[in-house]
Ligand binder design. Structure first.
Ligand code: NI
Length: 248
């Protein structure tokens, strides 16, 4: 069985949502929110489809409507048994106008909520490896995934030492992705999970088209080829990891 541990399935991005979800009917999808509106869409999806679970939270670049109220709302929404974690949350320094203090504040508050509820977090981190690591090292006390892992092998060891898992997505299949290939080659399967980050980051051979959860198959295939192992082993181990993280 395959688990897409991170994707965004918003109505505005797909006119064939039912079809792409049906394609995964024997597999599991974990849909992720990133702000108030998308969190509500995730809740609708998990209530409608048996094979979809969800994570909800406030992405570092989507903090306009994040307030102290948001934490109470998240806590209430997390009572839904199919909402299985907080994410995506984290730090993103990609844009020049980044308000780092605000990002740190929202990230830490959401980690503390996850610690309290004993639910996992899904971390987004872009151009912010060291600050992300320092905050996690100081505050993380629950299970966690570094979603769409894209930093160095050396950093990956530090995140894994915190007990974290690495989310591996379509970038792995790109020709110029030697850094992440090196991470996968040198990291035991017991620390990896599969994801697509749909509708973005479509793997080869479909790069350039809209991504969808079924494409985790191509990520698994690439991991199997890099490690020289059977694809079934990749499915089994990453499924076990996802089950353990999200308690599904
Ligand atoms: Ni995402």
């Amino acid at each position: 069985m395959m688990v897409d541990t991170h994707c965004h399935l918003l109505k505005e991005d797909y006119d064939n949502l039912d079809d792409i979800i049906m394609k995964m009917k024997d597999n599991i999808i974990i849909a992720s929110g990133y702000d108030s509106k998308s969190n509500l869409e995730v809740i609708d999806l998990v209530n409608k489809y048996p094979n979809i679970y969800g994570t909800i939270g406030f992405h570092p670049s989507e903090l306009d409507d994040f307030s102290s109220d948001s934490l109470n709302i998240l806590e209430e929404q997390l009572k839904n048994p199919k909402i299985v974690g907080i994410g995506e949350i984290g730090l993103d320094y990609h844009y020049d106008d980044t308000d780092k203090d605000r990002q740190h504040d929202a990230f830490i508050k959401q980690i503390l909520l996850a610690n309290k509820l004993k639910c996992p977090i899904v971390v987004h981190s872009r151009d912010a490896a060291l600050d992300t690591y320092e905050i996690l090292e100081k505050y993380l006390d629950t299970k966690a995934i570094m979603h769409c892992y894209s930093y160095s092998l050396e950093m990956s060891k530090k995140f894994i030492n915190l007990g974290m898992y690495l989310g591996i997505g379509g970038v792995l299949t790109f020709k110029n992705s030697s850094k992440i290939k090196e991470v996968v080659l040198n990291t035991d399967l017991s620390h990896l999970v599969l994801e697509t980050d749909s509708p973005y980051l479509t793997p080869e051979p479909f790069r350039g088209m809209k991504n969808e959860p079924y494409n985790v198959y191509y990520v698994a295939k690439e991991i199997a080829s890099i490690k020289g192992i059977d694809i079934e082993k990749v499915f089994d181990e990453t499924f076990k990891n996802a089950k353990n993280i999200f308690n599904i």
